[in-house]
Design a protein around this ligand. Structure first.
Ligand code: GLN
Length: 191
C-alpha cells in the first residue's frame, strides 16, 4: 500500500476483510519488502508525486510496474498512472496508456455517489467520486474500458494494471478489490 498521503487506510481495511496481508510503503526501505501487488490510493496526486520523487520511490515503483507488478490506482492513483493529461505527456508513474482529465467535475460539484456497471466485476457497483478525474480517451488497444459514466471512461484495465476514477474503498463493496487480488503479474513492453 502506497501510504504517503490520502485514503490508504480504507484500502487496507478492505484487503484485510478479504484476508490479504498488506504493508505500508512510506520510504524506500519499505518498498524493498517482497510484494505481490501495489495499491495507489486517492488523495492529492500532486502531493503524492512530489513525495514519490523526494523519497526516491518514483523510478523503482515505475520499473516494478513495467516488470509486471500488479497495480491498482484509485482517483489520484489513476492520475499518477496516466501517461497523458489533457492530451499532453504528464509527469508521474506514466505506465498506463490513458489520457486523464483532472478535477473533471469541477471543484465544488466534484463529489457525488452513483452506481454503474463495471465489466467483469458487477452490474451495479457503488461509485463514490471525490474531486474525481475521468479518462478522456485510451491511448492503446491494450486498455480495456471497464466502466463509463455519463459518456466518460471511469474504470480501465491494462493487463496487470487497474485504475478507477471513483473510490471503491470508501464503500462496503469489495468486489473490485477481489478482482484486483486475482491479477497475476507479467511484463509489459516499454514505449
Ligand atoms: N483531484 C485529486 C488530484 O488531482 C484527486 C482526488 C482524489 O483522489 N479523490 O489528485
Amino acid at each position: 500500500m502506497l501510504a504517503l498521503q490520502g485514503a490508504f487506510i480504507e484500502h487496507e481495511r478492505m484487503l484485510e476483510r478479504l484476508g490479504v496481508e498488506t504493508f505500508e510503503v512510506r520510504q524506500l526501505s519499505d518498498w524493498l519488502q517482497p510484494k505481490e501487488g501495489l495499491i495507489i490510493p486517492g488523495g492529492e496526486s500532486t502531493t503524492q508525486l512530489r513525495l514519490l520523487n523526494d523519497l526516491g520511490l518514483l523510478l523503482p515503483i515505475r520499473q516494478a510496474i513495467l516488470d509486471g507488478l500488479p497495480v491498482f490506482g484509485t482517483c489520484a492513483g489513476l492520475i499518477l498512472l496516466a501517461k497523458q493529461e489533457d492530451g499532453l505527456p504528464r509527469e508521474g508513474l506514466c505506465t498506463m496508456d490513458i489520457d486523464v482529465c483532472r478535477n473533471a467535475y469541477g471543484r465544488q460539484l466534484g463529489s457525488f455517489n452513483a452506481r454503474g456497471k463495471v465489466n467483469g466485476v458487477a452490474e451495479d457497483f457503488p461509485m463514490t467520486y471525490i474531486r474525481a478525474p475521468y479518462i478522456h480517451r485510451t491511448l492503446s488497444p491494450e486498455v480495456e474500458i471497464l466502466s463509463e459514466a455519463d459518456g466518460h471512461i471511469v474504470a480501465v484495465r491494462q493487463g496487470h494494471q487497474l485504475a478507477t476514477a471513483f473510490h471503491p474503498e470508501l464503500t462496503e463493496d469489495d468486489r473490485l478489490h477481489q478482482y484486483f487480488c486475482d491479477f497475476e503479474g507479467y511484463t509489459i513492453k516499454e514505449g
